[in-house]
Design a protein around this ligand. Structure first.
Ligand SMILES: O=C(CO)COP(=O)(O)O
Length: 248
């Protein structure tokens, strides 16, 4: 036990230098709970800029990367490049990558494997659609997505944070209830105990993502198997500080 709370801000394809300056100033002003790990997911083109103005206590993540170090892959970036500009994290398998860009479980796994081999830490996203939830398939989907990651992660679980993001809750204003989120987190941890190891299950941090706000964060954060958040829209706003501080 003793999992350190970890809050990610996924800016998605938002922000320009002016807005980034505002967000970073707000984070500097905080105050941010020193017991919480904070990682911001930045558009690739601004990674180096953000890294140059953000305090070292805040992690910086790319929102995607490719599965090899270099080569003829026009438009892609590699984990080696992310590291080269001083960043330590990448978000992989986000539902927007899966649905809009057609990324399947096996591609996400290849990306996770290469990112970890390259020395990046990974926020790996999983989560069911509304249709899957209504068909009673939430666990099946989340277990399938996680199973694909097991060989990719291997013994690197200490470099991985899982983000459970039900697709129906993302950007919709429909936050999962604390009970709904807790139930999935607990059953995922249970599944990991049998399919990875009890140690992994006990240690891995599972974030919840999907319409988290300053108003909903505290109750969610109080759930025993919720170890942090991956925040979209609210990570662009001053209330992100309240979300970081939700366990206080
Ligand atoms: O997709 C998300 C974070 O990765 C969640 O987005 P919202 O917080 O905007 O719903």
């Amino acid at each position: 036990m003793g999992r350190k709370f970890v809050v990610g801000g996924n800016w998605k394809m938002n922000g320009d230098k002016n807005q980034i300056n505002e967000i970073v100033n707000n984070l500097k002003k905080g105050p941010l709970d020193p017991n919480v790990e904070v990682v911001i997911g930045v558009p690739a083109i601004y990674l180096a800029y953000v890294k140059s103005i953000i305090p070292d206590t805040i992690g910086v993540a790319a929102q995607n990367c490719w599965k090899v170090a270099k080569g003829a892959f026009t438009g892609e970036i590699s984990p080696a490049m992310i590291k080269d500009v001083g960043c330590d994290w990448v978000i992989l398998g986000h539902s927007e990558r899966r649905t809009i860009f057609g990324e399947k479980d096996d591609l996400v796994a290849e990306k996770v494997a290469h990112a970890l081999e390259s020395g990046l830490k990974v926020i790996a996203c999983i989560g069911e659609t509304l249709e899957e939830r209504e068909a009673g398939k939430t666990e099946e989907v989340v277990f399938r997505q996680t199973k694909a990651l097991l060989p990719a992660i291997g013994s690197n679980w200490d470099k991985v944070v899982l983000a459970y993001e039900p697709v129906w809750a993302i950007g919709t204003g429909k936050t999962a209830s604390p009970q709904q989120a807790q139930d999935v987190h607990a059953s995922l941890r249970n599944w990991l105990s049998s399919n990875a190891s009890p140690d992994v299950a006990g240690a891995v941090r599972i974030q919840y993502g999907g319409s988290v706000t300053g108003a909903t964060a505290k109750e969610l954060a109080a759930c025993p198997d919720i170890d942090g958040f991956l925040v979209g829209g609210a990570s662009l706003k001053p209330e992100f500080v309240d979300i970081v501080n939700a366990t206080q």
